[in-house]
Design a protein around this ligand. Structure first.
Ligand code: GLN
Length: 189
């Protein structure tokens, strides 16, 4: 079995590299045909959520992936991936762009403004430990965590990591730092 990495756009190669370091086989999802290949986990990389959502819909991949996530397939969603998982977007963000919408959170896109477009922080992540390095790039902010989801980490009071069953969503880019703890947690789900 392998971990499928959505490879339509964005920072998918870095996730593949981190997973390879942990000895995990990966396949790339680029079209609906790839969904027939064997995989039992999914990574949704950072990038541009509107582009990714539109492509998922156009390529006929949105519904099948949503079904598998709802059936309990573990998913690691980073940044744009977290936006794709969110059931709700902040009102000014919601242009009706297609999303997977499987996680009970509300997310605001590009929430840190221009000055703070990118920044680095370290924080504790519940279940992983302290000092997890976190690289934020035009990151979303989790503005509400619904009853079905659980906040795992905060930076400056903002929720930056959320879990709901086997869905793990983070606002930052764990694939860009050498710390492998988050990918390890994902592989343990
Ligand atoms: N700003 C991007 C979006 O709204 C997310 C940025 C990222 O994935 N690094 O989709």
């Amino acid at each position: 079995m392998a971990t499928a990495v959505l490879a339509l756009q964005g920072a998918f190669a870095e996730h593949e590299a981190r997973l390879a370091e942990l000895g995990e086989n990966t396949i790339e999802l680029r079209s609906a045909d790839d969904l027939a290949r064997p995989f039992n986990r999914l990574v949704l990389p950072g990038g541009e959520s509107t582009v990714q959502g539109r492509l998922l819909k156009e390529l006929g991949m949105l519904g099948p992936l949503r079904e598998r996530i709802e059936d309990g397939m573990p998913v690691l969603a980073t940044c744009a991936g977290l936006i794709l998982l969110a059931q709700r977007l902040a009102a000014h963000d919601d242009k009706g762009t297609p999303r997977l919408a499987t996680m009970d959170v509300t997310v605001e896109r590009n929430a840190y403004g221009r000055q703070l477009g990118s920044f680095h922080a370290t924080a504790e992540v519940a279940g992983i430990g302290p000092d997890v390095p976190m690289t934020f790039i035009r990151a979303p902010r989790v503005v509400d965590v619904g009853k079905s989801a659980l906040a795992l980490a905060r930076v400056d009071g903002n929720v930056v990591a959320v879990r709901q069953g086997a869905q793990l969503g983070v606002a930052f880019h764990p694939e860009l730092d050498p710390d492998l703890r988050l990918h390890r947690l994902f592989l343990s789900l």
